[in-house]
Design a protein around this ligand. Structure first.
Ligand code: SF4
Length: 145
């Protein structure tokens, strides 16, 4: 008989509080939704997710009717829709809320959100995570829960 996994502690209120705080302290940026930052192969950068972010993102993926990831043909984020828009915008991870391309005004300075990163790390420990992981792997694990 397979051992049952322990239930995942409730992560949603803290994640939503962190994301609400990022929105509250938004810096002037001019994002034109070009989604250049979603094209990981081109930028050479992939968002890193803590476990709480990954579990919250998985909720968004399921809400969009998906249960698994399919690689994007251009090497972009697997959550970038064929219409060029994020398919899980309301559930996008912290990095997608604080990273802006140079044309839009650049990434938020770390000191502006350091306390929120610390809260994400604290939640990660509480959820039995092992630190930040690249989006695809973190999300694939979260989708199995
Ligand atoms: S989650 Fe959405 S906003 Fe973030 S990289 Fe993927 S498609 Fe872009």
């Amino acid at each position: 008989m397979r051992a049952r996994r322990p239930p995942v502690p409730d992560f949603q209120p803290e994640i939503e509080a962190i994301y609400a705080e990022v929105a509250r302290r938004a810096l002037p940026r001019d994002c034109q939704l070009r989604t250049g930052c979603c094209h990981f192969r081109q930028t050479g950068r992939t968002p890193l997710l803590t476990r709480g972010e990954a579990l919250y993102l998985a909720k968004g993926v399921r809400a969009a009717g998906r249960t698994q990831l399919r690689p994007h043909p251009d090497g972009a984020c697997p959550l970038l829709g064929r219409d060029g828009r994020c398919t899980v915008y309301a559930h996008r991870p912290f990095g997608c809320r604080t990273h802006f391309c140079d044309a839009a005004g650049g990434m938020y300075p770390r000191k502006h959100v350091a306390d929120l990163i610390h809260r994400l790390e604290t939640l990660d420990e509480k959820l039995g995570g092992d630190g930040s992981r690249p989006l695809e792997g973190a999300l694939a694990s979260a989708l199995k829960d």
